[in-house]
Design a protein around this ligand. Structure first.
Ligand SMILES: C[S@@+](CC[C@H](N)C(=O)[O-])C[C@H]1O[C@@H](n2cnc3c(N)ncnc32)[C@H](O)[C@@H]1O
Length: 249
């Protein structure tokens, strides 16, 4: 996400546009960014999406799927490959949904597809999904909001339904990514202390240990799968894991 300016010239947002977006609310910021979002590094990369698809295949096929904070539909491409009946993207940015909807029209043979505008903290669905996924959005939720968010996702899953998302290993203390993420989060905290509306986007608050406890607290059974095709760190641990949280029967 930090290299959002690395898109080919003319396609990604300008520095000025990024500043205007960052001074808006999250919802408004994404509305403004939506036409150029797919040319930024904020969109989840194809390698992560492919790896998650590969890890989900043996658990499926699934009936209906939900992409939580779908944006322009990165995770909808995953659902399309592992769900047979129906897929739904939910996001609170009308602009992001409009781009996703327009792109999806060009996809042949997709299962029935819906794009729903709603806040993920108050999902407007009953327990109708067999699989929920989410990519690249957890930094928009404060730690205290996560138990409620996870409870919402659980409430829209059928018994045995799964909630799956990738989680990247934290940057090694002292490494370049470590300092970049620390600098980004610090800048956001300063920005949010002095400017309204706030823009919640923190990289360092989504930690596996806390998340696991919160998922269990929300009533999930949790397992972790290494996403081997995304590699391992020098200490041998996976760079990225898939969290698979199951709603018990
Ligand atoms: C970085 S984008 C990720 C989009 C997409 N999942 C991807 O991986 O490319 C984060 C998305 O989360 C959405 N979002 C953030 N907070 C939300 C909330 N409370 N309810 C619904 N959507 C939210 C934003 O509108 C935005 O589309």
């Amino acid at each position: 996400m930090l290299n959002a300016m690395s898109a080919p010239q003319g396609q990604g947002p300008t520095f000025r546009e990024l500043v205007v977006q960052a001074l808006s609310s999250v919802e408004r910021g994404y509305d403004l960014l939506s036409p150029k979002f797919d040319h930024t590094a904020y969109r989840t990369s194809a390698s992560v999406l492919d790896s998650v698809t590969g890890a989900l295949r043996p658990l499926g096929p699934f009936g209906s799927g939900l992409d939580v904070c779908c944006g322009t539909g990165a995770g909808m491409g995953v659902l399309r490959q592992v769900c047979r009946e129906r897929i739904t993207g939910v996001d609170f940015s009308a602009g992001m949904l409009a781009v996703g909807r327009a792109r999806a029209r060009a996809v042949p043979d997709a299962p029935r597809t819906d794009w729903v505008r709603a806040d993920a903290r108050a999902l407007p669905f009953g327990p109708v999904f067999d699989l929920a996924v989410s990519f690249g959005a957890f930094g928009h939720f404060l730690p205290r909001e996560r138990p409620g968010l996870f409870a919402q996702v659980r409430s829209v899953l059928r018994p045995s339904g799964r909630f799956a998302f990738p989680i990247v290993a934290p940057a090694r203390p002292g490494s370049r990514p470590y300092w970049s993420l620390l600098a980004f989060d610090t800048a956001m905290r300063v920005r949010n202390a002095v400017w309204r509306p706030s823009f919640v986007m923190y990289y360092r608050t989504f930690r596996l240990g806390d998340v696991r406890k919160e998922l269990i607290g929300a009533g999930f059974e949790v397992e972790l799968r290494a996403l081997e095709d995304l590699g391992r760190r020098v200490d041998g641990s996976p760079r990225c894991r898939l969290v698979v949280a199951t709603r018990p029967v």
